[in-house]
Design a protein around this ligand. Structure first.
Ligand code: NDP
Length: 398
């Protein structure tokens, strides 16, 4: 029985609050804190006010430390924005609280994300006897655990990894993003990197595409190679990987809009002066776009996210595909969220459960694949994200 604090009351925060509330024997007390407490209260009212709320600016380490010392949670689930990761880790160290997030740190003024900043906290967390679990969403998160599970149970050595994230959902808007527009657009417009022959190879954003047929009649989609943070930790922790790539589906309509926004400078993170005010174009664009948390009631279709791994099994080359399919409307019925928030929030809840139940409690800073995947995979089936493994006869993304 543990008290937790969830930080961030967006689409993912809503799912984490709902899923943790469903397990009162583990998450006995929940406090939801965010910049704007009204958003926390709106979520709490959907949960019959069984959770507490608080206002906090998570960029302010002193303010957050004070709140943590006052509330004394055992664990913080950080589902604010990646910009807050380091300040929340600092506050957790100050107050002696375990830490979990779903996206790696990214400085506000540089469109670059990498684990080095958070890995640098390894000794501090170790010495404090605290666990920090990084990237416990779906991708990163479940995809790291899927890779570890295939490596553990299906292969002697894994050699090639393709993570494929398909969102076959439709919200009916000409253009909207399924999670924070600013983070989403920064990620997609960044240079692509994939792992090949022991190094990262850079190519222009969205320059490599393939057609991918999803299982279970979900459909055939255009998926584009892009850089995703789990490639950094997985290539480090599975040194036998010769190649690792991440692919995401985008509709032609989505890409057409994105290209126009880019061409006219609306995706830029560099501030411009407008009528005496300093405006960051991508933040202004995010302000104009639909709030991701409002997409849920109108989104139909399914997500299909999984890992295709090639490697050696008993001396033979084999290929296995481990995936989850989730229906957007099923998510809405259960927790009033669309599938992208749901598939992120459930692994965050499970990661928290892994720490609190001592399966994954170990002082230091860890990526998901560094722990035993089995209890996590068990809980994916149990709490709304069932998965399937199939053997593929052939898969050649080139
Ligand atoms: P939202 O933008 O919907 O929500 C973010 C929340 O954090 C908002 O409530 C926001 O407050 C709050 N917040 C922002 N800054 C601060 C601050 N300084 N102090 C306190 N609260 C703050 O994002 P999502 O819910 O869609 O995403 C949450 C996280 O999940 C992001 O980090 C995202 O990158 C990650 N993610 C991970 C995925 C994965 O699979 N691993 C997939 C999708 C998302 P306000 O309401 O005032 O803006």
């Amino acid at each position: 029985m543990s008290k937790i604090m969830i930080i961030g009351a967006g689409g993912v925060g809503n799912v984490v609050a709902h899923k943790c509330s469903q397990l009162p024997h583990i998450f006995s007390e929940i406090i939801l804190a965010s910049r704007n407490e009204d958003k926390c209260k709106a979520i709490a009212s959907n949960l019959n006010n069984t959770i507490k709320t608080a206002q906090v600016d998570a960029d302010d380490v002193a303010q957050l430390t004070e709140l943590l010392k006052q509330e004394k949670p055992e664990l913080v689930i950080n589902v604010a924005l990646p910009y807050q990761d380091l300040s929340i880790m600092d506050a957790c160290l100050n107050a002696g609280v375990h830490y979990l997030d779903t996206a790696n740190y990214e400085p506000l003024d540089t469109a670059k994300f990498e684990y080095s900043w958070q890995w640098a906290y390894q000794e501090k967390f170790k010495q404090a006897g605290l666990t920090a679990l990084l990237g416990s969403g779906f991708d990163p998160g479940a995809t790291n655990v899927f890779t570890a599970y295939l490596a553990k149970h299906y292969f002697d050595e894994i050699q090639q990894l393709d993570i494929i994230d398909v969102n076959g959902g439709d919200h009916g808007y000409p253009f909207a993003t399924n999670f924070s527009p600013e983070i989403n657009i920064r990620e997609i417009t960044a240079d692509c990197r994939h792992w090949e022959n022991k190094e990262f190879v850079t190519s222009p954003a969205l320059s490599k595409q393939m057609r991918f047929e999803c299982p279970e009649d979900i459909g055939i989609f255009n998926v584009y190679r892009l850089y995703h943070e789990e490639l950094e930790s997985l290539s480090k922790h599975f040194p036998s990987l010769k190649k690792a790539s991440f692919w995401m589906s985008f509709s032609d309509n989505y890409l057409k809009h994105l290209q126009v926004f880019q061409n006219i400078g609306l995706t830029s993170i560099d501030a411009v002066e407008y009528q005496g005010q300093s405006i960051v174009p991508v933040q202004f664009l995010a302000h104009l776009l639909p709030d991701p948390s409002t997409l849920a009631p109108r989104t139909t279709g399914k997500t299909c996210i999984g890992c295709i791994v090639k490697g050696l099994s008993n001396g033979h080359e084999k290929t296995f595909y481990l995936y989850n399919i989730k229906d957007h409307q099923d998510c809405y019925q259960e927790v009033k969220s669309q599938g992208v928030s749901y598939t992120t929030g459930v692994p965050a809840m499970i990661g928290a459960k892994m720490i609190l139940q001592n399966h994954w409690k170990h002082p230091g800073v860890w990526n998901m694949e560094q722990f035993d995947p089995d209890p996590f995979m068990h809980d994916m089936n149990e709490y709304g994200l069932p998965w399937t493994v199939v053997e593929l006869d052939h898969f050649n993304p080139e």
